[in-house]
Structures are given as structure tokens and as C-alpha cells.
Design a protein around this ligand. Structure first.
Ligand SMILES: [Zn+2]
Length: 249
């Protein structure tokens, strides 16, 4: 397998080489933590935050074994017999868009006869999370970023064994995607009120936007000769998504 060729720019703060891969747009220097917009070479001028990881490669096994040992659906000997084959800590880049989103809609309500046309607005506030990577296998909608624990980005808190991924998405793209995803979410919510939507227009009012790195553990384990995957939140020690071997009764 050939690795993608990394390119390099010079950190404009400390002069160290900052490597980045094709497609990456914002890069963080691993020597001084300075964050640069690759295309322009300028400093990233928005808030960059970090969620702290609370586990080491040994201690992450404790909450995982607790998870394996709880619940009805798991084999009773899972926590005892599972063998860890991979424990990778990755700081994934996210955009958190705090918005007030308002959808104005017109739809047809068919549950009564004759059907009627209904109009209305749906307005909600969100801290909407956008994963700033194209291909990462991560269930963003199942992950609740523990925002209360965020600190200003501090490269000294990134463990030597961890990997920090750069953003492949700029701020404008993240805002567009937020609007599109909230529009889809509102269409889903509106199914309660109307059976068919004729018109919908979703506007977002951006209150705040944060670029954030969050600690996610990608775990693989072996149980009875099969391999399984787990995605664990390194800030809270809770599972984001996990494969469970089928319990046999
Ligand atoms: Zn630097």
C-alpha cells in the first residue's frame, strides 16, 4: 500500500515544517500548535478549540471493558475474552456551527378529508456539528460533542502517540453544509405536521462558529477469532458506536 504524498509548508509562527495531505485546507503545526490556512499561508483567525482526552492506551481499556460487560445483548464472556488488536487515538476536526435555523414551509395535510394546505414556520437553535473530513468513517449524528469541556487549542495536550487530522473543509463550506443538513432535518420533523411539503425555505442565522479537535479512539478487538470495531469518546469514556458479537443463548 502506498501512502498519499504529503506536502509541506513552513509554519509561519515557528518555521517548522508543517505537513499536509492533498485536500486538506487548514493545517496545525505539531511543534507550536499554530494553525494556518494552507492556500493563503495566513493564520487561521477564528476560534480553534480542543476537547481533552482523559485516557492513556492502557486506561482506555477500563471504560471499554465496562461497556462490554454491561447490557443484555452482549456475550457474557466478552469483557474477559476480547483482545485488543488496535487502539488509536485520533483528534478529529469538526466545525461547530451555533445557529438559529428557521424554515418557512407550505405543505399538504392529507390525514383529513378534504386535504388542506398548511403553512408555518419551524424555528430552532442548534450547535450543529460538521465533521471536517470527507472520508472519515465516523457517525457524526450519533456523537454529542462535550462542548462544556473545550479549551483553547493547546498542542502540548496532544499525546505523542495520537494523530491529529487537519480540516478538508473551509468555513464557508461548513456553513453551507450546516444549512443543507438542518433543512433535511426540518423536513423530517415536519412530517408530523404535513404529509407533503410543497415549499420549504430554511435560513440560518449564525451566532458562533468554532473549529474544534475532539479525541476519538478507534479500537479493534478480537473475540472468538472475529474482528470488531469500536469508536470511543476519549473525553467522556463512552461508546459512540460499537460492533457487538452476537450473543448465543
Ligand atoms: Zn509552528
Amino acid at each position: 500500500m502506498v501512502d498519499v504524498v504529503a506536502q509541506e509548508i513552513k509554519c509561519s509562527h515557528c518555521g517548522a515544517p508543517v505537513q499536509f495531505n492533498p485536500g486538506e485546507i487548514i493545517a496545525t503545526c505539531k511543534y507550536c500548535g499554530f494553525t494556518t490556512v494552507i492556500e493563503t499561508g495566513q493564520a487561521f483567525s477564528f476560534e480553534h478549540s480542543l476537547i481533552l482526552n482523559k485516557f492513556e492506551q492502557a486506561s482506555i481499556e477500563t471504560p471499554i471493558k465496562d461497556w462490554m460487560g454491561s447490557g443484555f445483548l452482549k456475550p457474557a464472556d466478552l469483557a474477559r475474552k476480547a483482545k485488543f488488536t488496535q487502539k488509536n487515538l485520533v483528534y478529529l476536526p469538526f466545525w461547530v456551527c451555533s445557529v438559529e435555523a428557521t424554515s418557512t414551509y407550505k405543505g399538504i395535510f392529507e390525514r383529513i378529508s378534504p386535504a388542506i394546505v398548511k403553512e408555518g414556520t419551524l424555528s430552532k437553535e442548534y450547535d450543529w456539528l460538521i465533521l471536517a473530513r470527507e472520508a472519515a468513517e465516523f457517525p457524526t449524528r450519533e456523537y454529542e460533542v462535550p462542548l462544556q469541556g473545550k479549551i483553547p487549542f493547546d498542542f502540548r495536550r496532544i499525546e505523542g502517540f495520537a494523530k491529529l487530522l487537519n480540516s478538508e473543509m473551509d468555513r464557508e463550506e461548513a456553513i453551507d453544509l450546516t444549512r443543507t443538513q438542518i433543512d433535511a432535518h426540518h423536513r423530517f420533523l415536519l412530517q408530523q405536521d404535513v404529509d407533503r411539503i410543497i415549499e420549504i425555505n430554511t435560513k440560518i442565522d449564525l451566532k458562533q462558529m468554532v473549529y474544534l479537535h475532539a479525541p476519538i479512539w478507534f479500537i479493534r478487538y478480537e473475540y472468538k477469532s472475529n474482528l470488531y470495531q469500536l469508536i470511543f469518546d476519549g473525553a467522556t469514556g463512552t461508546v459512540v458506536k460499537g460492533d457487538i458479537p452476537t450473543a448465543r443463548f
